[in-house]
Each structure stands twice: as structure tokens, then as C-alpha cells.
Design a protein around this ligand. Structure first.
Ligand code: PSU
Ligand code: MN
Length: 309
């Protein structure tokens, strides 16, 4: 085990006993949502998982330590620090570990720590991907490379159409990452349940997902998988509201030169503003829904792993 890793007692006990655990990311808390909804959501999402008898493990870097499982107090610190915490992806880890830094882990960062701790299933809102205009900017999220190399399954509502979803799927295909539609054959587009993009893989139950994950890793195939779970219908946003907000935010970023790791947080915050907070409500609802599905998958996976030893 990495000498940099601290696994919370409750998480360690569950893992040692082969009981289900779901990892959660922290960039969504610090950079993805405003205070105080970020803290409320982080706590509510953990509660959704606990209600299913599964242990949540929110992941972050505190004082240079990789943490799997945060206390309420630690969650509050991250939520209050907001964007002053470092948005921590793979390339940011060395500096944070060596310098005792505070890092909120992205999807990539969370996958790394979950995998070190032995947590197989991770729930979040949306993953990073290939940005619009990537043919000139080359802006492709490190989340995609991480999915190619690290054995963690990510339950998400697809990706926001701040990204180029078609290119994102192409890139994932190149990297050999399965994208499994959960009860759908289409890639969900985060705020809306459909993108018009067809998915090869589909599963209609937690057992079916767990079966694919188990087979992948038992066969020695490296890398993660995406379980793309559509936003519940009652929260799905009208395209005519969300699409113009995205176009406007992307245009503003291009005009003002916002790029690199600052781009995604800028777009998320600007879209929340432009939709008068409606998008935030949808965002919270879909994260809870993903946590619930992730808990079901973790239960099915833990059962499968126990039967097979
Ligand atoms: N997309 C969202 N919400 C988020 C993120 C993406 O809808 O909070 C965050 C996640 O932490 C993701 C990161 O891993 O942004 C991707 O950032 P970048 O595009 O800089 O790789
Ligand atoms: Mn980027």
C-alpha cells in the first residue's frame, strides 16, 4: 500500500470484509458547485449511499495525504476552500504530496486513489472529455487517459455538452474504454438524457454491469469503464434552455482566453449563472441518482467477488 495513502477506519473495515464501498470525487465539491450547495450535496450524496448499506469514501488530498474517506469536518473544509483548493489530476499529485498541499481530486485523481485503496466503483456527475475546438486547442481531459489505465468504474450522467461528445466517444473507443449505457443505448448528455449518440454497450441491471466489470478485470484487461446513467426524466432540462447557455459560456471562454485546467470550472460556474441556478438543481439530482446506481453496482460486484474466491 502506498505510504501516502490514509484509508478511513470505516472504509478500511468494509474493504477488509469484502463489503461494498463507493468512492466519490471532490473537485465537484470545490470547483463544480458553489457554496453552500456543494457541502449540502456532498453530505446528501454520502447519505444516499449509506441508506443502501454501502460505505461512501470521498477522496481528496489533505496536507499532502491521499485520503479515502473524509470526515464531515474535512468535507466542510474542502467545500469552503472552493476554488482555492488545487484541482488535482494525475499531473498535480507529486507537487501536492511533496508540498503537503490541499487537493480536490478530479475524476482522474479520484480513480487513482480509489484504485490504490481497492475501491472498484466511483460515482460522480460528469466526466471530462474532448473539448469543443480540440482540433486547434488539443484540450482533452486527463480523465480519458486515466480511464484507459486505472481499474475503477465511473458512474456518471455522461458528459456535459460543454464538450464535443462525439469526439469524446471516439477517443474512448481508441483507448479501449467501455461506455455502458445504463438502461439506455444512447450516451446521456448530463443535463439531458439523450445526445443522439449510439452506445455499443448497454446494461439494464446492476448485476449486468457488475458482470462486465468482473469479467474485464478477471481477464486482466487494464483500465476503467464508464457507466452512463441518464438524468431522471423529471430533472432533465429543455435543450432550448441549456444549449444556448453552453454556447454562450464556451464563446466567452474563447474570447477571454480562459483555457487549461481553469476552463471546465469556468464553464460549469458560468452555465449555473446563465440558467439562473436551474442547472445546479439538475446537477444535484443527477449526482444523487448516480450515487444510488453506483451503490447497487458495488453491492452486486462485492457479491460476485465473494462467490468467486
Ligand atoms: N464535468 C462536470 N462537473 C465537474 C467536472 C467535469 O460536469 O465537476 C470536473 C471533474 O472533476 C472532472 C474535471 O474530472 O472537471 C475535468 O476537468 P478537465 O476538463 O480540466 O480535465
Ligand atoms: Mn483540459
Amino acid at each position: 500500500m502506498s505510504k501516502y495513502l490514509d484509508i478511513a477506519d470505516e472504509v478500511k473495515a468494509a474493504l477488509d470484509a469484502g463489503q461494498p464501498v463507493v468512492a466519490l470525487e471532490s473537485t465537484i465539491i470545490s470547483h463544480g458547485m458553489p457554496w453552500p450547495q456543494n457541502l449540502e450535496t456532498a453530505l446528501a450524496v454520502e447519505e444516499v449511499i449509506r441508506k443502501k448499506g454501502v460505505v461512501p469514501a470521498t477522496i481528496a488530498i489533505l496536507d499532502g495525504r491521499l485520503k479515502a474517506g473524509l470526515s464531515k469536518n474535512e468535507l466542510e473544509i474542502l467545500a469552503q476552500k472552493g476554488q482555492t483548493a488545487t484541482k488535482a489530476s494525475r499531473r498535480d499529485f507529486p507537487r501536492l504530496l511533496a508540498g503537503r498541499g490541499l487537493g480536490a481530486t478530479t475524476v482522474a485523481g479520484t480513480m487513482i486513489v480509489a484504485s490504490m485503496a481497492g475501491i472498484k466503483v466511483f460515482a460522480t456527475g460528469g466526466i471530462g472529455g474532448v473539448h469543443r475546438g480540440a482540433e486547434t486547442t488539443w484540450d482533452v481531459s486527463a480523465d480519458l487517459q486515466e480511464l484507459a489505465r486505472t481499474n475503477t468504474a465511473v458512474v456518471c450522467a455522461g458528459a456535459k455538452s460543454i464538450l464535443d461528445l462525439e469526439k469524446t466517444l471516439e477517443y474512448l473507443e481508441t483507448l479501449g474504454v467501455p461506455v455502458i449505457g445504463y438502461g439506455t443505448s444512447e450516451l446521456p448528455a448530463f443535463f439531458t438524457s439523450n445526445s443522439g449518440l449510439y452506445l455499443e454497450e448497454r446494461a439494464d441491471s446492476p448485476e449486468e454491469v457488475a458482470g462486465m466489470l468482473y469479467a474485464k478485470w478477471a481477464a486482466g484487461l487494464q483500465g476503467g469503464a464508464i457507466i452512463a446513467n441518464p438524468i431522471p426524466a423529471q430533472y432533465s432540462m429543455p435543450k432550448e434552455v441549456i444549449d444556448p447557455a453552453i454556447v454562450q459560456a464556451v464563446g466567452e471562454a474563447a474570447r477571454t482566453g480562459i483555457k487549461g485546467k481553469a476552463l471546465t470550472p469556468f464553464l460549469l460556474a458560468r452555465i449555473t449563472e446563465l440558467t439562473g441556478g436551474d442547472s445546479l438543481e439538475a446537477n444535484i439530482a443527477l449526482v444523487k441518482n448516480n450515487a444510488s446506481v453506483a451503490a447497487d453496482i458495488a453491492i452486486a460486484y462485492a457479491r460476485m467477488a465473494k462467490e468467486d474466491v
